[in-house]
Design a protein around this ligand. Structure first.
Ligand SMILES: *[C@@H]1O[C@H](CO)[C@@H](O)[C@H](O)[C@H]1NC(C)=O
Ligand SMILES: *[C@@H]1O[C@H](CO)[C@@H](O)[C@H](O)[C@H]1NC(C)=O
Ligand SMILES: *[C@@H]1O[C@H](CO)[C@@H](O)[C@H](O)[C@H]1NC(C)=O
Ligand SMILES: *[C@@H]1O[C@H](CO)[C@@H](O)[C@H](O)[C@H]1NC(C)=O
Ligand SMILES: *[C@@H]1O[C@H](CO)[C@@H](O)[C@H](O)[C@H]1NC(C)=O
Length: 199
């Protein structure tokens, strides 16, 4: 019983494969909240990290109408809302090509050698489940807390977002996620929160 709950939780917590997340929200901007006045209010925009792969880079005074600064939330109305999280789903961004549009989900791939991970929009089916709380703040759902013994099951929205100098492909300041409860090991990281504002 315990083992099967644990595997379910691990499956839910890890990157998931896109099922039918075809309900889509209206477009929104993602805005940084930070105690650093230089970063506070910056727009997150999709920034090139490879062929059709984008990170999320803050820009001060960016253009809220530009398509690279607009995102959507894809979800399925078949999901039973979690009492704490509500509906969770995918953060999506549409790449506009010359003769195509391509919607990609955000996923955060982790490295075993750093606690700082970079969210990326990558075409395909891998995604990291996200949600927005009642204040429109972006969170990642935690289903299992192992900072206590014995580990505890329970829904908790986490906001371990930072703005860091990262080099996935290019050296940029990007949005990053810090794994675990410790401080980011990358000294450039500054704590931020990410707010959804519909356009
Ligand atoms: C999000 O939903 C829209 C509308 O159904 C769909 O066109 C798009 O492909 C979806 N994106 C992803 C990444 O699933
Ligand atoms: C989700 O999409 C389905 C199929 O298009 C539609 O019937 C349903 O009303 C949508 N749900 C919401 C909450 O928009
Ligand atoms: C505030 O953010 C800017 C831009 O990332 C950075 O250059 C500056 O050092 C930061 N200030 C503080 C006090 O951390
Ligand atoms: C902002 O983006 C919109 C949509 O792409 C464009 O029409 C407008 O000219 C841009 N404004 C500025 C100041 O660049
Ligand atoms: C891509 O989406 C934009 C905005 O919705 C639209 O104007 C354009 O025609 C689309 N391009 C294609 C090839 O579907």
């Amino acid at each position: 019983m315990q083992a099967s709950i644990l595997s379910l939780v691990l499956v839910l917590g890890a990157s998931q494969v896109v099922a039918q997340y075809t309900n889509q929200s209206a477009p929104f901007n993602l805005i940084l909240c930070s105690s650093n006045a230089t970063l506070n209010g910056a727009l997150l925009g999709a920034c090139h990290e490879g062929a059709a792969i984008e990170g999320l880079c803050p820009s001060i005074g960016g253009n809220a109408s530009a398509s690279y600064n607009q995102f959507t939330f894809n979800y399925t109305s078949k999901q039973t809302p979690d009492p704490v999280f509500g509906i969770t789903g995918l953060l999506t961004w549409e790449l506009r090509g010359g003769n195509f549009n391509l919607s990609s989900p955000m996923s955060i791939s982790t490295s075993l050698t750093s606690n700082v991970a970079v969210p990326l929009f990558t075409p395909g089916s891998q995604f990291t489940s996200i949600g927005f709380d009642n204040d429109n703040m972006l969170f990642i759902p935690q289903y299992y807390d192992d900072t206590v013994v014995p580990p505890k099951f329970g829904s908790k929205p986490l906001q371990r977002w930072y703005a860091c100098t990262t080099q996935d492909t290019y050296l940029y300041t990007t949005l990053a996620w810090v794994i675990g409860t410790q401080s980011p090991e990358n000294p450039s990281c500054q704590k931020v929160e990410v707010k959804r504002v519909f356009v």
